[in-house]
Design a protein around this ligand. Structure first.
Ligand code: MOS
Length: 708
């Protein structure tokens, strides 16, 4: 297989989503849409205090309300397995097990009723008595509780140290020494989390909104002490995830518990406010960066010391060093992470976890270094191109950052830029341009695919992939068609059913490369097996392939996607408003299966990066310990009017370490965008913004920029 795209090859061709008609006509059923005859509705009751104990759940206060079926709480809920989780015990799943309240918005009960409205009314009327305890919800870079993480974390080691950072900094002619901060950010997938659970023929069956049906089923089986074969999870259509639906979230646990206790089909849909506190978010970060360089810009030292927050039930560490381990060469490199446990909801992966906030800090600091050295920021990056991966000191499987920089610069007309800040006026606007670079791993994980030749000449391919809006079903149809050497119209892809066998989730940009490899293997084997047959017998002929061993043999090399991003902004000096007038990204993302959906992924990531740069921040109320803006009125995300035409392009980027050549496009789009915009705001105004988001008040009062 090569990256050459022929006119007839299904892979590389523009295809609209195979389920597009079902989605726009409303025929596609999401987790809260699937009809059942005997359905009852559960509404979660969330703790109103940020820390303490539940003294009593007064079920009697609602039992006579219309339609109420029952109240689930820590006194009557099934006992769960505290060790359950993905790769490590997940304390966020251990709900209704005791009377401890770790944060506001923690589930303390589930009220069941005949209708959603009745359940909600009763949940709001339910009297819960608490004993409050002192709490702390305020993150800061100098919080006395910051400590080195205790647990092990997935992926490469969080922290890295090569060479003598202090010595190299001392020997540097040019120094950047700054603190950068990013706030709490939320996924805000448009479909709120929902699950429907029922027991059927001795199996726990769930329809659930998640990013990986197989692993969700596995974790639920573990959590409920069930045989893995006794749990089935389906998630045919999912309305966005961004990491917020990465595996099991409380709606699935609550629905499964209630289905078990009340022997009914139970649906739990979270409200938007509940999504904010129960399903994860990106932790705020404080990142102290020191760059030391010679006069010519060559880096002697990179020191990246990060802090983030977590809850008291889960140790989640925002892995900001992910970019620092990959981007630039230096004599000495150090990246460290500290975390503080607060009475806050549990943070989680959110699109490019680590890379998104990490690149804001590193790429802003590189811009400051370029200015200090009197160098063009692209030239600074070229001079610090590493020969091996800076973190692991292992070779890259492929590296295309410099091509992204030069191609992006050409498309943006970067060469025409006057580097001086604060000198371009357009009426009441000051304008400027900025750039940043980024990277995201191109990793592969396990999957199982079954390809079936049907007697009617069609093919069915089953893989427990998740289509969270990124277009997985369509891309996999194209990959299957190519391997089968037939047109896509003859291939039907069935996804998101845990019964299809082991498969990684839609996360870490694994999806297309990982499910695609399994689909390629199964479809190729089926083509070979059926090549000499005149007809396919009733029942069809199937080949099932599990890539676990192949993927293990591939190891974890330094395989990455790259991007260079460019922004033009206008800053209203009267109101402090920042408008992004132009955004351009050039990418090296391996083989592109479907230019239409990949383009959407990249534009979507950049839009989220624009939103991160200018708008998004979750705020906790230090007096009450609760969220101030946990809804779509208070949590501002970019709207259409905020987003300019976004230009994306990609390079030929052949890397057959994964034989499909695919690197993944889900997360790389957001990496670097916020820094490119912040760097453009500096170029427009001469004022450096080291705290996100760059809101009008911060633009008008640069003093309010001070990192907390
Ligand atoms: Mo993505 S944040 O790895 O689901």
């Amino acid at each position: 297989m090569t990256t050459t795209i022929s006119a007839t090859s299904p892979v590389g061709a523009v295809r609209t989503r195979v389920e597009a008609r079902a989605k726009v006509t409303g025929a596609a059923r999401y987790a809260a849409d699937v009809p059942y005859d005997d359905l009852v509705h559960g509404w979660a009751v969330m703790s109103t205090i940020p820390h303490g104990r539940v003294r009593a759940v007064r079920a009697d206060s609602v039992e006579s309300m219309p339609g109420v079926v029952g109240v689930l709480h820590h006194g009557n809920a099934p006992r769960l397995n505290r060790a359950a989780g993905w790769r490590a015990p997940d304390g966020t799943l251990y709900i209704l097990q005791d009377n401890e309240v770790p944060h506001a918005g923690w589930p303390v009960a589930l009220v069941l009723a005949q209708t959603l409205e009745q359940a909600r009314a009763a949940a709001e009327a339910l009297i819960v008595e608490y004993d409050k305890q002192p709490f702390d919800v305020t993150f800061s870079s100098d919080h006395p509780g910051l400590e080195t993480p205790e647990g092990s974390h997935p992926g490469p080691p969080l922290s890295v140290e090569h060479g003598d950072v202090e010595e190299e900094l001392a020997a540097s002619a040019v120094l950047v020494d700054q603190m950068y901060t990013t706030p709490e950010e939320h996924h805000v997938a448009i479909e709120p989390h929902a699950a429907t659970a029922r027991w059927e023929d001795g199996r726990l069956e769930l329809v659930d909104a998640n990013q990986g049906s197989f692993l969700t089923a596995r974790i639920l089986a573990e959590l409920f002490f069930l045989d893995p074969a006794a749990v089935r999870v389906r998630s045919e259509h999912v309305g966005g995830g961004f990491g917020g639906k990465a595996l099991v979230r409380p709606q699935a646990v609550l629905a499964a518990m209630a289905a078990t206790v009340f022997t009914r089909t139970v649906r739990v849909v979270l409200s938007r406010r509940q999504v904010f506190t129960l399903t994860g978010y990106r932790s705020p970060t404080a990142q102290w960066i020191r760059l030391g360089a010679d006069l010519d810009g060559r880096l002697r030292a990179i020191d990246h010391q990060s802090s983030s927050q977590t809850s008291t039930v889960l140790e989640f560490v925002e892995p900001t060093s992910a970019v620092t381990r990959v981007m630039y060469g230096s004599r000495a490199l150090r990246a460290t992470h500290k975390v503080v446990r607060l009475n806050v909801p549990s943070p989680r992966w959110m699109r490019a976890p680590g890379e998104a906030p990490g690149s804001f800090a590193l790429e802003s600091a590189m811009d400051e270094l370029a200015i200090a050295c009197g160098l063009d920021p692209i030239e600074l990056r070229v001079r610090n191109e590493p020969s091996v991966a800076p973190g692991s000191r292992r070779p890259f499987t492929s590296r295309n950052l410099l091509s992204c920089l030069s191609e992006g610069a050409r498309r943006f007309d970067w060469a025409a830029r006057d580097p001086r800040p604060g000198i371009r006026r357009d009426g009441r606007w000051l304008t400027g341009t900025g750039m940043a670079a980024g990277t995201y791993p191109g990793d592969t994980n396990f999957a199982t695919a079954t390809a079936t030749a049907e007697p009617d000449g069609g093919f069915t391919v089953r893989v427990a992939a998740a289509d969270i809006g990124q277009g997985a079903r369509t891309a996999l149809t194209q990959i299957a068609a190519e391997a089968l050497e037939v047109g896509t119209e003859r291939v039907q892809l069935l996804i998101a059913d845990s019964d299809f066998g082991p498969a990684i989730l839609a996360g870490h940009s694994w999806g297309t490369a990982s499910w695609g490899l399994a689909v390629t293997r199964a479809a190729t084997a089926l083509r070979q097996k059926t090549a000499h047959l005149r007809s396919i017998p009733t029942g069809g002929i199937s080949v099932k392939v599990d890539t676990t061993q192949e993927v293990q043999a591939m190891g974890h090399p330094e395989r990455h996607a790259y991007t260079a991003q460019f922004a033009e902004v206008a800053v209203d000096v009267g109101t402090g408003e920042v408008r992004v007038r132009r955004l351009l990204g050039t990418f090296a993302i391996g083989r592109v299966v479907n230019p239409l959906t990949v383009r959407s992924q990249l534009i979507g990531g950049m839009t989220m990066g624009l939103s991160m740069a200018l708008h998004e921040a979750g705020y906790m109320d230090p007096a009450f310990g609760t969220h101030i803006n946990a809804d779509l009125a208070g949590y501002h995300i970019a709207a259409h009017a905020d987003v300019p035409h976004i230009e994306v392009s990609w390079l030929d980027d052949e890397d057959l370490h994964n034989p499909t050549g695919i690197k993944g496009a889900g997360e790389i789009g957001i990496v670097g965008t916020a820094a490119a915009i912040a760097n453009a705001v500096w170029h427009a105004t001469g004022v450096r913004h080291r705290a996100l988001p760059i809101t009008p008040d911060r633009v008008l009062r640069p003093g309010s920029n001070a990192a907390k």
